[in-house]
Design a protein around this ligand. Structure first.
Ligand code: FEO
Ligand code: CA
Ligand code: CA
Ligand code: CA
Length: 623
């Protein structure tokens, strides 16, 4: 989270004229939004829809169906958390709901393994951390076992942890310290079950930790390319800054590498290349200081030139096979990937929507070469062959997906081959005139085919445009679009779903910095926040989760986190009676602010944890 804030886009892409005019017209459209979205966007059915828990299409995952909504009825009936209660060191939840805590940082991966309970006087050793749940819980997905409502495999990202939190000191002083930090990052795959009414992790051969020293491999056009080879000849290892996620119709988990640049630094003389600058590399890094003890992350070490090109990808993990080697899918491009929302589009193609979270960066879409099932039958990953596009938002509510291909003369003039285009996707997108956005975070596909994207904030925007109409934009907004040709076309229509600032006069819905996002199959949009929240009646809100009925535009706060945390990550059981969300960096690791999930006043170091949410009456979460 804290490292998202630099802008390295100096391309000057500002394709809009008449921006104020456009802004006013977009906001007028928004005011009429409810009727518009219901009539204009519900017309087309969204094809082969596997994505959401309970989606009607039969797949390996969803088992239920969308619940029919009576005309004029609301999808949300719960009592909202008042703004006045969205504060303090312990979470608060709607009076219709209850929550429990699962797998905080330091929980042993298998029962009986080493545990860390937040004792401020100790930390795990690097070896212990390898056998424990990591820190910085972020995107995750539950893969059902059996009918899945009380048993499944949870794949969960560990995005980041600051040094004081993880190590108990400002900076690593040894390779052992660096290894602890490295092992705290990455991904956990852990089987969970509901036993005696309580979800817990259980002993399982599926449980594993993936981190920055885990062997990985590459798929797609950049695999085997010199861009991924170092002079040292070291084999590729690891994933890092695992932010949000996706999952595929064939049952795998996607973890997205976001601010990977911050783990690199330089101990000696180093002059950044244009590409290194565009991806935000610096001599000092983001404070992790891995490069001071692990030469792989030292940009000035000539043995490890190009090591940094091995990060910034979407990585595919088989949650059911602990011996599988994670695969980095290079056809999806290299950027600061937030999440990867997969839908099945026209002709059975796998379509992946992706945001690049930095100020003035872009929204991307990958479309597989052909039907994902036929590709798999031929032994080809649907994520290894296809087209990568970047979004251009026109100010009249239309947009274009511009293909990032070496067959484009502007890109051919700049890059040697498609592998370079993909490795330097940001520069390719600069070249073709993509629209710089206000920090694209999560993208979520709704059951009617609408695609939503959180644009979390951008305090440095000076010129508004139609798609980013606030300048500056301290509280962010959510945009939505509808692709032509059932997700595989190259044009779309778009609209602003909500400007966060427009919610600030409503106690039940005030929010800022939207980040995590998920649509359930009934059309409820779950919005999670990370960062600046509004002050309502003298209270600056904690980060929170809200639910929107996308048919009416109504938004209500369902859950509020603790001081200093963000709320992120979201998944549900197939029956949607249980929801899992994460509290990341509670109290920013400071026990004087919160001891969550230990009892307040216990003095324990706050620990990132998953929160299990259920409706007291056993109903669908969000209703
Ligand atoms: Fe990982 Fe953009 O937050
Ligand atoms: Ca985050
Ligand atoms: Ca995020
Ligand atoms: Ca964020």
């Amino acid at each position: 989270m804290i490292h998202d804030n630099r802008s390295s886009n100096r391309s000057g892409n500002r394709p809009f004229q008449d921006v104020l005019q456009a802004r006013m017209s977009r906001r007028n459209v928004l005011a009429r939004g409810a009727a518009l979205s219901a009539t204009g966007f519900l017309a087309a059915l969204a094809g082969d829809r596997f994505l959401d828990r309970g989606a009607a299409t039969a797949t390996a995952k969803g088992s239920g169906t969308a619940i029919a909504q009576a005309p004029g009825s609301s999808l949300i009936s719960f009592t909202p958390v008042p703004a006045a209660n969205s504060v303090g060191p312990v979470p608060t939840i709607s009076s219709n709901y209850q929550f429990d805590v699962l797998i905080p940082w330091g929980t042993s991966l298998q029962p009986g393994g080493p545990e860390y309970n937040g004792d401020p006087n100790t930390r795990p050793t690097a070896a212990q951390q390898l056998q424990q749940i990591g820190i910085g819980h972020d995107g995750m997905w539950l893969f059902p076992i059996g009918e899945g409502n009380d048993r499944g495999v949870l794949a969960i990202n560990h995005e980041f942890g600051n040094n004081v939190h993880v190590l108990g000191k400002e900076a690593p002083e040894s390779l052992e310290d660096v290894r602890l930090s490295q092992h705290a990052h990455g991904v956990s795959v852990v089987e969970i079950q509901k036993l005696n009414g309580k979800w817990q992790r259980v002993n399982s051969s599926k449980n594993r930790r993936i981190h920055v020293n885990t062997p990985v491999t590459f798929g797609g056009p950049v695999a085997g390319h010199p861009l991924l080879q170092t002079p040292a000849g070291n084999s590729p290892k690891g994933t890092v800054n695992n932010c949000a996620n996706g999952y595929t119709p064939w049952g795998t988990y996607l973890t997205c590498e976001e601010n990977f640049n911050g783990y690199f630094g330089a101990t000696g003389s180093w002059t950044p290349t244009e590409a290194q600058e565009r991806y935000g590399f610096s001599a000092e890094g983001s404070g992790y200081d891995w490069h001071k003890f692990d030469p792989r992350f030292d940009l000035s070490n000539s043995s490890y030139t190009k090591e940094e090109n091995r990060f910034g990808w979407v990585v595919e993990i088989d949650p059911m096979n602990a011996s599988q080697t994670p695969v980095k899918r290079t056809a999806l491009g290299r950027c600061k990937h937030e999440n990867a929302e997969v839908v099945v589009g026209q002709g059975g193609r796998a379509v992946v929507y992706m945001g690049d979270d930095e100020r003035f960066d872009y929204i991307y879409k990958f479309v597989s070469e052909s039907n994902w099932r036929s590709m798999q039958a031929r032994g080809i990953s649907p994520l290894d062959r296809g087209k990568l596009y970047v979004a251009k938002f026109n100010d009249n509510g239309t947009g274009e997906w511009i293909e990032l291909t070496i067959n484009n003369s502007a890109l051919a003039a700049r890059f040697a081959d498609q592998a370079e285009v993909l490795t330097y996707a940001r520069i390719a997108a600069d070249t073709v005139g993509a629209t710089p956005m206000d920090r694209p975070e999560w993208i979520a596909a709704a059951p009617n085919g609408d695609i939503y994207c959180t644009l979390t904030n951008n305090t440095r925007r000076e010129e508004p445009d139609a798609a980013n109409p606030q300048a500056p934009n301290p509280f962010g907004h959510i945009i939505k679009w509808r692709d032509s040709n059932n997700h595989v076309g190259t044009t779309f229509t778009w609209d602003i779903f909500v400007l966060a600032v427009d919610t600030h006069d409503t106690d039940k819905s005030a929010f800022g910095s939207p980040d995590g996002l998920w649509s359930d199959p009934d059309g409820r949009l779950f919005i999670e926040t990370d960062g600046t929240q509004p002050e309502i009646n003298g209270v600056t809100l904690n980060d929170q989760m809200l639910v929107s009925d996308t048919n009416t535009g109504e938004i209500r706060r369902i859950f509020s986190g603790v001081t200093g945390c963000e709320v992120t990550g979201i998944t549900v059981t197939p029956d949607r009676r249980t929801m899992f969300v994460n509290l990341q960096h509670p109290g920013d690791g400071d026990p004087s602010l919160t001891n969550f999930p230990a009892p307040q006043g216990s003095g324990k170091i706050p620990r990132d944890a998953t929160v299990v949410i259920t409706r007291k009456d056993g109903g669908i979460v969000g209703s």
